[in-house]
Design a protein around this ligand. Structure first.
Ligand code: GLN
Length: 483
């Protein structure tokens, strides 16, 4: 049963080939058996899952038939889950049991999804390798000596290893698309405001967005349907009707105008990835798309701007973890200052502390204009680049990452080397645009992703293009050895 996609599971549950309880039991056994190799779960919620599965079977017996009813899910461990540890990958929140469900968790539970557990992640979602978790690094199922990408690395590795068909992730600078690319999955970062952030522990509030990770675009459509929608509890949620994403699959690509930004194919890109990206373009041309070169001239400023804005927002968001209001508290503090210092010093890992320092510095009086305001100006230029590009094209295509998955530890002593891996993904977050990564081949046995970007609220277009591509290619069907 572990080989089934979410869509296949929906059909199997609907025609009663198996019950949710049987499926849940089988997947939980698989998690127990295989996860020790990859470390993709922080918590497995066996009792909760079996209870939800029985409830889903009862709802189905009573005549309900939603596509997600009884299907399995696991949440990145920054989505608050009532009564379940929600650690954010940090010692700081190791003992935090959320007193409520995040909107995403509540919506998927109402749709009848069964929560198998909470997935591993980079501490506070800061990272591209999933090596900074308090609960240990996650391994890439395609090669256990390599990273799975981050920060939603646990969510990606679990699906890639066929422990379950789909998971939730969040994407602040690429953390859905990048691990999807590195583990041969389809991952979608929705338009900022499309999916509620309520109950999602904040990293950089103006960039964070939750979304689905799965093997196929068809599955991402099903999951996004359950996650998307206006939420009065999130002041940045946007009150736009949610289209039927599954219905948008299968539309013709005849005449679809695809732009290839020349800046995406310059120095730094592994030439073998460039070749695979070009091959994917050929496939889309065969389906009727027309391709032209475009330019996003301010892209070169994206990494410096992002690595000012994200830490600045993080330094503010993470100030609540002080050992008093939230989070870990040190043993026997001498006085209040000692309590703050040691609680934060012992509770946060190195990368989180680095970002808090950078962010606090960038926001400090005297430097604010030089760094933070400057970065915000660049952010606007990047958005403007996209707006003018989308006057001529319907979709932008390029590589998701410059390199395939690297070896564990290879970049951990050089943060800037890791930051550079985000070069193609962070612009979508700075502009708030939706983006998708889909499997497009292999380099040295490691998966490669192609990224698609679309105008605001065109998630349906991204899913349709990826779905049509997946109908004529089989990269997304390949499974790692041993899983
Ligand atoms: N790698 C980026 C960072 O470290 C993006 C992380 C994310 O999207 N959560 O900030």
């Amino acid at each position: 049963m572990h080989e089934l996609t979410l869509a296949e599971i929906a059909r199997g549950l609907a025609d009663k080939s198996f019950s949710s309880e049987e499926l849940t039991g089988a997947l939980l056994a698989r998690v127990k058996q295989l996860d020790p190799q990859i470390n993709s779960f922080i918590s497995v919620t066996e009792e909760l899952a079996l209870g939800q599965a029985r409830a889903a079977d009862a709802r189905r017996a009573a005549g309900e038939n939603g596509a997600l009813l009884g299907a399995p899910i696991a949440h990145k461990d920054l989505f608050c889950t009532l009564g379940v540890r929600t650690s954010c990958g940090s010692k700081m929140l190791d003992n935090f049991k959320a007193p409520y469900d995040a909107t995403v968790v509540a919506k998927l539970a109402e749709a009848g999804m069964v929560t198998l557990g909470k997935t591993n992640m980079d501490e506070f979602a800061m990272g591209s390798a999933n090596e900074s978790s308090h609960y240990g690094a996650v391994k890439n199922p395609w090669n256990l000596e390599h990273v799975p990408g981050g920060s939603s690395g646990g969510s990606a590795a679990a699906v890639a290893a066929r422990l379950l068909p789909a998971t939730t992730g969040t994407d602040t600078g690429g953390s859905i698309r990048q691990p999807a690319a590195l583990t041969n999955l389809t991952g979608l970062k929705p338009t900022y405001g499309r999916v509620s952030r309520w109950g999602m522990i904040a990293y950089a509030s103006s960039l964070d967005q939750g979304g689905p990770l799965a093997r196929t675009a068809e599955d991402c459509a099903l999951l996004l349907q359950g996650m998307a929608g206006f939420d009065a509890k999130d002041s940045t949620s946007i009150d736009e009707p949610v289209p039927d994403y599954s219905a948008s699959l299968g539309g013709s690509l005849q005449g679809l105008r695809i732009g290839l930004p020349k800046e995406y194919f310059g120095a730094g890109l592994d030439p073998r990835i460039a070749e695979l990206v070009q091959a994917s373009v050929k496939e889309l041309e065969k389906l009727g798309a027309v391709v032209k070169e475009i330019s996003l001239p301010n892209m070169q400023h994206a990494i410096p701007a992002y690595y000012v804005i994200a830490p600045a927002e993080a330094s503010s968001n993470l100030s609540r973890f002080d050992g008093v209001r939230f989070g870990y508290r040190c043993e026997e503090p001498k006085d209040l200052t000692d309590l703050y210092k040691r609680s934060r010093g012992e509770g946060f890992g190195t990368e989180v502390q680095r970002r808090i320092m950078v962010g606090t510095y960038a926001l400090s009086a005297g430097y604010y204009d030089a760094y933070y305001v400057k970065a915000q100006q660049i952010r606007r230029l990047i958005k403007n680049d996209f707006m003018s590009a989308f006057e001529d094209v319907d979709l932008i295509l390029g590589p998701t990452t410059p390199n395939p998955a690297w070896k564990l530890g290879a970049k951990s002593s050089d943060p800037v080397a890791a930051y550079l891996e985000d070069v193609y993904t962070i612009t979508a977050n700075l502009a708030g645009l939706p983006g998708l990564s889909m499997p497009a081949g292999f380099v040295d046995g490691l998966p490669v992703g192609v990224q698609l970007l679309a105008p605001y609220f065109q998630e349906g277009r991204l899913l349709n293009v990826a779905h049509r591509y997946q109908q004529v290619t089989d990269w997304h069907t390949r499974a790692p050895n041993g899983f």
